[in-house]
Design a protein. Structure first.
Length: 512
């Protein structure tokens, strides 16, 4: 009992906060939940990023749900990636269950069922607020990194963007970009060579193949207008609760390139537009990236470098990033080292490789006199996790094997009727779901080509007409010369000498 009392004091002191916080559960000792040993995450440190990891079926999604709804309750907007399709239930209250009541009694926290303000977003043709961005907004550097281009190819993309800027050609979608690629080595090659240098058809062909690969994963739906304004992710409802924005990605599993493209563009846009915040009392926005390995596994070195840079810098904008994945090794070490909060659910040691991964994972957590971390990682039950956070001074809090609290909202998907009702009430659907295809580089270049072809045809017709006129004129002069030149025989017969001779002969004949 003394040991448990010491443990309660240890946890209570280690998780004492002056400011607001999120209680995620109660610490356990030797597999027993210590009621009142509350594990609390300071709201002030929620922009220090985090990780939710664990084997399939260990309730990672429920931990994500708990954090999201408590952040919303505190007035912090949230963005979630819903790849498995089971997070839309945040819009409806939990139906409750005796096991939930039993869990919360052990934890020492009251349970209250609640629904939260939810906005459903989509990257594909699924129902929801359409997320789009223009190619111009990406810019040459980001687009080149997403396409994994060589330095030479990236230089060509920069030249194409410069040409479009110089000639006021909006590049909105992939159709526009492919058109300028084609134009640079065909109808416009003379113009490009004169002003920007010659562009190789082999290089543009290679870029085009990369664009088509991206297009085949559905990027043609993402690139275009109306562009999504990231400030719409920061909305607060009339009750002061932050909106939980859920991106439905159930059809994205086989299109990881589109997913990583979207995530990188979103993070880059947030970093570029959000004002500098420093360390405030609460974050401005918290983003949860489920199935995070989909970003990192498909990312090139250049893309990984870009992601790592944004993770390091975006914290100062008041934005927290939380990666949700099965194993911490799915996240690059450079990113893992930036994560302040770690919620580690159970790992399973089925193979030698698994056991090695567990030992490596255990080394990511603070030492504790109460736990053998390697052993605890394999012994945790469903809805239990090792938690390590940062206190308000940025120091690691005590490691706690935690009985996690249950979500206040429904732990299931919305029905089709509920989803339709939710979308019918959305202001953002009305704002973003109209497809706009205004005149851009594709139409402008086609018009320019048509004018050039018409001018060329006109010039050719003019030259042909002038050639015909010249030929006709030459023919008339030839005829004129021929008509004015006298036949030699006629000339002799009509000459004065010949006539006098004839008359002389006739005179002699008559006299005889």
């Amino acid at each position: 009992m003394k040991n448990q009392d010491d443990f309660l004091k240890y946890i209570t002191e280690g998780y004492t906060t002056k400011g607001d916080y999120i209680p995620v559960g109660a610490a356990m000792l030797d597999g027993v939940t210590v009621s009142g040993a509350h594990v609390k995450i300071p709201l002030k440190t929620m922009n220090r990023h985090g990780l939710i990891a664990g084997a399939t079926g260990t309730d990672k999604t429920k931990s994500l749900q708990v954090l999201a709804e408590n952040l919303s309750e505190k007035g912090v907007p949230v963005l979630l990636m819903d790849i498995k399709g089971d997070l839309s239930g945040l819009a409806e209250p939990s139906p409750g269950h005796p096991k939930i009541d039993e869990r919360h009694e052990k934890i020492g926290l009251p349970f209250e069922a609640k629904a939260f303000p939810v906005e459903i977003l989509t990257l594909s043709e699924q129902n929801g607020v359409r997320l789009r961005a223009t190619v111009s907004e990406f810019g040459p550097v980001l687009l080149s990194r997403i396409l994994d281009l060589s330095d030479t190819q990236a230089g060509i993309v920069a030249v194409l963007f410069q040409y479009c800027d110089d000639n006021k050609l909006p590049v909105l979608d992939l159709k526009d970009f492919k058109k300028i690629l084609h134009y640079a080595t065909n109808e416009g090659k003379v113009v490009f060579a004169k002003s920007y240098g010659r562009i190789s058809t082999a290089s543009t062909g290679a870029i085009l193949r990369k664009v088509i690969e991206l297009e085949q994963q559905g990027a043609d739906l993402f690139f275009g207008e109306t562009s999504f304004d990231v400030s719409d992710l920061q909305r607060i409802d009339e009750n002061g609760r932050g909106y939980i924005n859920i991106i439905r990605l159930t059809d994205i599993q086989d299109r990881p390139k589109l997913f990583s493209t979207f995530m990188l563009s979103l993070l880059a846009e947030i970093y570029a537009t959000f004002p500098e915040q420093g360390d405030g009392d609460r974050p401005e926005l918290v983003i949860f990236i489920d199935e995070a390995h989909l970003i990192f596994n498909e990312a090139s070195k250049a893309l990984l470098s870009q992601i790592e840079s944004i993770v390091k810098l975006i914290r100062s904008k008041g934005v927290g990033l939380y990666f949700v994945t099965q194993n911490p090794t799915d996240v690059p070490e450079a990113v893992l080292g930036q994560l302040g909060l770690k919620v580690q659910h159970a790992l399973r040691a089925f193979t030698a490789k698994d056991r090695k991964a567990i030992k490596l994972t255990a080394q990511n957590y603070p030492d504790s006199e109460y736990y053998d971390t390697t052993e605890v990682l394999t012994a945790l039950g469903i809805g239990e996790a090792l938690v390590s956070a940062l206190d308000e001074k940025g120091r690691p809090s005590p490691l706690a094997a935690t009985m996690m609290r249950a979500p206040m909202s429904r732990m299931d998907v919305l029905t089709d009727t509920e989803l339709s009702r939710l979308l019918s009430q959305s202001k953002l659907v009305k704002k973003y779901n109209e497809t706009i295809d205004r005149e851009s580089a594709y139409e402008m270049l086609n018009h320019k080509i048509e004018l050039a072809e018409a001018e060329e045809a006109k010039e050719k017709a003019k030259q042909e007409q002038e050639a015909l006129k010249k030929a006709a004129s030459t023919s008339r002069r030839t005829y004129s010369r021929r008509s004015t030149r006298m036949n030699p025989v006629v000339k002799v017969l009509t000459s004065a000498t010949f006539i006098r001779s004839v008359f002389g002969i006739l005179s002699k004949v008559i006299k005889k």
